[in-house]
Design a protein around this ligand. Structure first.
Ligand code: GLN
Length: 530
């Protein structure tokens, strides 16, 4: 078996510099050279996974085929590469301690004092090394910023791994900020110097620096950073702001980042082929028109909360040569002032997934507004459930129809818990999660998009369409165009006769890629074209 190489990506100075995007872009570059890649995101928090965290705290929860609720960086990794990720690709401090403490109770460390070094670090090491089976490169990204107390055991593990695995098999890449100070009229390298100092204090000398900033670094600044941070000048990569996130791999490659990586890891590869990235960027930069999609949700102030959704809509736009403007509408504002004011300019309305009672009536009103005014409507998970509730109320005449999540006493629980969910007593990791098969009805909107009668999509929810009401909605003109064959669950609903009205119980956004846009998003955006 070929020996795997390890790339360790850390971040300094600030969070939110785009470490996930940088790691994903490195993956894209290595794949463009014919190498295989996989990823590991190490998250320093104590939660076992982000599934129980509020999107305001953590951004979107990304779901993998195997049903892991993971950090949104795994979304970047999957969008930029062909890597298939799952439970093993996102490890948290909580998981590491959970497993060490379980072993301790079993008596596996009998006689020993269990400590951060070596027990915690060995456990982390194991999760890194276990990913190396047959893949050319393992890209390991450490969450948080160098200097945080929480990430120390992870960084210590990475330090040790250089000596366990060999210099030629490991590479340290550090992402920092080089801010432009308007009052001084120049860019400042001191934060980068300090961040690298902090890394060296714990025994890691970065091999490559990726420097974020508004402007491209000049050669002089690169030389200064190289001198003070003890790296080659060619290993200082400028990561200035770009208009389109899919430019990042190209920007890196132009400065020889991939060249540097394969050189330092002593790998022989073909020359990089970035044609597909260039095509995406070209198309994204030259749209033939534009459409505005209103996204009616709760977490509208935080771009990170609907990351995959935003990307999937953009992909649908690129496929149709359209620029997609995203107009985030707070569902509670609709409750207060009615839908008209917020939705009248929208070419399409989308209600995404969500949890909790806040804003529910506003989302139902948005689905009703779309139906009555024949504006293309896309309901995802909660957005499907609420479109069904709206139909039940206003077309089938059950005034208080609802999901029992929001009104446990409704006389018409058209969305309800299945028996298995009623038995759940712990909230972490117990939803219907991950990939499930879905059979598609021919002669439906879903079929015209997927062009297949059998698909697989990712889920993350507890509530389901209540099959007691299937006949009634069908009588009134709604169709069930997708079902789970094994469990007889409703997966897709449509209202034929309208331009485009579709709701799905799964999250299609997780599987959309710039090079392979999701069929439902392509079809939805096409329908919103004026
Ligand atoms: N809250 C709903 C449920 O649990 C919808 C979840 C979602 O939209 N992901 O079923």
């Amino acid at each position: 078996m070929r020996r795997s190489k390890f790339i360790f990506v850390t971040g300094g100075v600030l969070s939110s510099l785009g470490k996930g995007l940088a790691s994903a872009s490195i993956g894209a570059l290595l794949e463009s050279r014919g190498l295989t890649v996989t990823f590991l995101k190490l998250d320093p928090y104590i939660n076992v996974d982000p599934g129980t965290m509020n999107p305001f705290q953590h951004g979107e929860v990304f779901v993998t085929d195997d049903g892991a609720e993971t950090d949104l960086d795994l979304g970047h990794y999957e969008r930029y590469t062909t890597a298939k990720l799952g439970k093993a690709n996102n490890i948290t401090t909580g998981q590491i301690y959970d497993s060490v403490i379980t072993k301790e109770r079993r008596g596996e460390y009998l006689g020993g004092t269990v400590q951060v070094i070596p027990h915690i670090t060995d456990e982390i090491k194991q999760s890194i090394i276990s990913l190396a089976n047959g893949v050319d490169t393992v890209i390991v990204e450490v969450g948080g910023t160098v200097g945080d107390i929480e990430s120390l055991p992870f960084l210590e593990t990475l330090r040790q791994l250089r000596w366990d695995l060999g210099i030629e098999n490991t590479l340290y890449i550090h992402l920092t900020l080089v801010p432009f100070l308007a009052t001084a009229g120049e860019v400042k390298t001191k934060p980068t110097q300090h961040s690298v100092m902090k890394l060296r204090e714990i025994g890691i000398q970065p091999d490559i620096l990726i420097c974020r900033g508004e402007k491209e670094l000049t050669l002089d600044i690169k030389k200064k950073i190289a001198l003070f941070c003890n790296v080659q000048v060619e290993s200082v990569i400028s990561a200035q702001d770009v208009k389109n996130v899919y430019e990042v791999p190209i920007l890196f490659s132009q400065q020889g980042l991939d060249e540097r990586i394969v050189e330092k890891l002593n790998m022989w590869t073909k020359a990089p082929d970035l044609t597909s990235w260039e095509e995406i960027v070209e198309k994204a930069k030259n749209p033939k028109g534009e459409v505005t999609i209103a996204i009616v949700g709760k977490y509208v102030d935080l771009v990170e909360s609907y990351k995959s959704l935003n990307e999937a809509l953009t992909h649908g736009g690129i496929a149709n040569n359209l620029k997609v403007n995203l107009d985030f509408v707070d569902a509670e504002e609709i409750e207060a002032q009615g839908p008209e004011k917020f939705l009248k300019k929208a070419d399409g309305i989308l209600v995404p997934g969500g949890f909790g009672t806040r804003g529910i009536e506003g989302k139902i009103a948005a689905a009703g507004y779309a139906r009555k005014n024949d504006i293309p409507y896309f309901g995802i998970c909660l957005g499907m459930q609420l479109a069904v509730a709206e139909f039940m109320r206003n077309v089938c005449g059950h005034d208080d129809a609802n999901s029992s999540e929001f009104n446990p006493d409704t006389s018409c629980p058209v969305i309800d818990l299945m028996q298995e969910q009623r038995n759940v007593d712990k909230l972490g990791g117990t939803m219907r999660l991950g990939a499930y098969e879905c059979e598609i009805l021919d002669d439906s909107l879903a079929f015209s998009a997927y062009k297949s009668t059998s698909i697989s999509e990712r889920h993350r929810h507890r509530y389901e369409f209540n099959n007691d009401y299937i006949d009634e909605v069908k009588d009134k003109g709604m169709i069930i165009s997708g079902t789970n064959p094994k469990r007889n669950l409703v997966e897709i609903i449509e209202i034929p006769g309208l331009k485009w009205f579709l709701g799905c119980q799964f999250h299609p956004e997780f599987k959309s890629r710039p090079q392979n846009p999701h069929p439902l998003f392509v079809s939805f955006i096409e329908a919103t074209k004026k």
